[in-house]
Write a protein that binds this ligand. Structure first.
Ligand code: PEP
Length: 251
C-alpha cells in the first residue's frame, strides 16, 4: 500500500546515549506535530537498535541501515536480517549509495540482502540513484533501471509489495545540492514505469517511493508536492529533531 513516509538515516552518527536522547526528542515532537497520515521511521546504528526500540512509541518505525547478504555463519562483523528483526527493527535500508560506493556492494549482493530481509519479515527500503557523471552523461534513467531490474531479480510481485523504494541521486546526498522538484518527479515517474514493466501497473501505483538527497525543511514541501513523491529518506537533517519533524510536516 502506498504510504507517506519520512525516514531518518542517522548513518554513523551518535553514541548510544546521544541516540537515545535524539529518539526521545523525535518521539515527543512527533506526538505533538506529526500529521496522522505520515509514518516516521528512524534508522540509528546497529548498536542502538534494542535500546531505542524500548523507548520508541509504537507508531514510529525502527530501521537498520544495512543487513548481511547471508543468513548466519562465519561472516565476521556482519549482522543478519534475523538479528535485526530480533533486536526489534521492522525495516532495513538496503543499497544506500554509501554502501554501493565505499563497500562495493553490487546489485547481486543487494538482491541477496533484499531476499534475506523479506524472509525475516523486515520491510526493505531499497535505494537506487545515479552519480553525477551518469547524470551529466544523460544515462541516469538507464542506471536506475538496471539497479532496479538487477536488485529485484527473482523477487515476486507479492514479495515486492512489501518493499519501499528510495530514489537518492548520489550527487545530492550530503552535498546541499537537491534535485529540483521536476527532476525528482521525472525519476519517480520513471521508476513507476520500470516497476510496471517488471510487475504490473497496480504494483507500480501502490509502491511508496521516497526521495533522498539534501532534503531539508526549506525544500521538502516542493519535493513532496509531486504526484509520484511519497516522502523522503533524510540524512543530515534527521539528526535534528526539529528539522526532521518539520520535514515530516511538509506534505
Ligand atoms: C541519505 O544519506 O540517505 C541522505 C539523503 O543524506 P542527506 O539528506 O544528508 O543528503
Amino acid at each position: 500500500m502506498r504510504r507517506k513516509i519520512v525516514a531518518g538515516n542517522w548513518k554513523m552518527n551518535t553514541l548510544l546515549q546521544e541516540g537515545l536522547t535524539l529518539a526521545e526528542e523525535v518521539s515527543k515532537k512527533a506526538e505533538k506535530s506529526l500529521p496522522e497520515n505520515v509514518t516516521l521511521i528512524v534508522a540509528p546504528p546497529f548498536t542502538h537498535l534494542p535500546e531505542i526500540k524500548k523507548i520508541l512509541p509504537q507508531g514510529i518505525g525502527l530501521a537498520a541501515q544495512n543487513c548481511a547478504s547471508e543468513s548466519s555463519g562465519a561472516f565476521t562483523g556482519e549482522v543478519s536480517a534475523a538479528m535485526i528483526a530480533s533486536a526489534g527493527a521492522g525495516y532495513v535500508i538496503i543499497g544506500h549509495s554509501e554502501r554501493r560506493q565505499y563497500f562495493n556492494e553490487t546489485d547481486a549482493d543487494l538482491n541477496k540482502k533484499l531476499k534475506e530481509a523479506l524472509a525475516n519479515g523486515l520491510t526493505p527500503i531499497f535505494c537506487c540513484g545515479e552519480n553525477l557523471h551518469e547524470r551529466e552523461k544523460g544515462i541516469h534513467t538507464e542506471v536506475v533501471r538496471e539497479q532496479l531490474e538487477r536488485g529485484l531479480a527473482d523477487i515476486s510481485g507479492d514479495e515486492f509489495s512489501k518493499i519501499i523504494v528510495a530514489y537518492e541521486p548520489v550527487w545530492a546526498i550530503g552535498t546541499g545540492k537537491t534535485a529540483t522538484p521536476e527532476q525528482a518527479q521525472d525519476m519517480h515517474n520513471f521508476i513507476r514505469t520500470v516497476l510496471k514493466n517488471i510487475y504490473s501497473s497496480e504494483t507500480a501505483d501502490d509502491t511508496t517511493i521516497l526521495y533522498g538527497g539534501s532534503c531539508n525543511p526549506g525544500n521538502a514541501r516542493k519535493l513532496f508536492a509531486n504526484a509520484d513523491v511519497d516522502g523522503g529518506l533524510i540524512g543530515g537533517a534527521s539528526l535534528k529533531a526539529d528539522d526532521f519533524l518539520a520535514i515530516a510536516g511538509s506534505f
